[in-house]
Design a protein around this ligand. Structure first.
Ligand SMILES: [Zn+2]
Length: 244
């Protein structure tokens, strides 16, 4: 360890110890002290822990969302640009926002340092936190799954599920069920369960050639759907036109 690193870590250690609450998740602390550069605040230690465990964060965020359930009167509407990358998030919508001290992703109360359970026994949510630290990371995984190639590769093992061959170094992240099809076929699924289509249960790492073929097949399918929808619209128009 260089003098610079040792010096920086000693200062971070002093800062962290001073700010550390009496009760703090042990796993987070163990993770922090294993890092080459020690996070200097409890909140940074927590963020670093969840960043290192995106799949755990994904699972937790979905479990917390299941606890909240779908708010009454909410239904999934597609964003006007037809962008499927953003998962449905009722508690981010103004009408359903659960208010201060709750997470806008899962709808559950937020506690000290963005933690998701009341370790401190205060029984009062932290009114300054609108996201759980874990939900921040889950949201990133759901919206930018490609950034989590390494964790997904590790979860999946050495085989490409599409080509059935060895997974090559150039493996790419893919949604097993494409998100446009989720909108078409699973739109009425309960919201918390819907989230799994953006999370690990629907993510895979596949070889580039397999991915290319899969993308071409999907593009063809979407084009067919579009032209079928176009033909339907023309037919409906002809039915209502006078004299037709
Ligand atoms: Zn949350």
């Amino acid at each position: 360890m260089s003098n610079w690193t040792a010096d920086k870590n000693a200062r971070a250690d002093a800062r962290l110890k001073k700010a550390l609450p009496d009760v703090f998740p042990r796993a987070v602390l163990v993770h922090a002290y294993k890092k080459p550069l020690l996070p200097p605040t409890p909140r940074l230690a927590i963020d670093s822990y969840w960043r290192a465990h995106p799949l755990r964060a994904d699972k937790l965020a979905r479990a917390l969302a299941a606890r909240s359930g779908t708010p009454a009167g909410w239904e999934w509407r597609l964003d006007p640009a037809g962008d499927f990358r953003l998962p449905p998030a009722p508690y981010r919508e103004k009408r359903f926002t659960p208010g201060r001290g709750h997470c806008c992703i899962c709808g559950q109360p937020t506690f000290r340092v963005g933690w998701h359970t009341d370790l401190w026994g205060k029984a009062e949510p932290n009114k300054n936190a609108a996201w759980h630290a874990s939900c921040v990371v889950a949201w990133k995984l759901w919206t930018q799954p490609r950034e989590h190639l390494k964790a997904l590769r590790k979860l999946q093992g050495p085989k490409c599920p599409v080509t059935r061959k060895r997974l090559l170094k150039n493996g790419e992240v893919d949604h097993r069920k494409p998100l446009y099809r989720v909108w078409r076929e699973n739109r009425d699924t309960d919201w918390p369960a819907l989230l799994s289509f953006w999370g690990a249960p629907n993510l895979q790492v596949i070889n580039r050639d397999g991915h290319l073929t899969k993308c071409q097949d999907e593009a063809r399918e979407r084009a067919q759907w579009r032209s079928a929808a176009g033909a339907d619209a023309v037919e409906r128009l002809l039915e209502i036109l006078p004299g037709s």
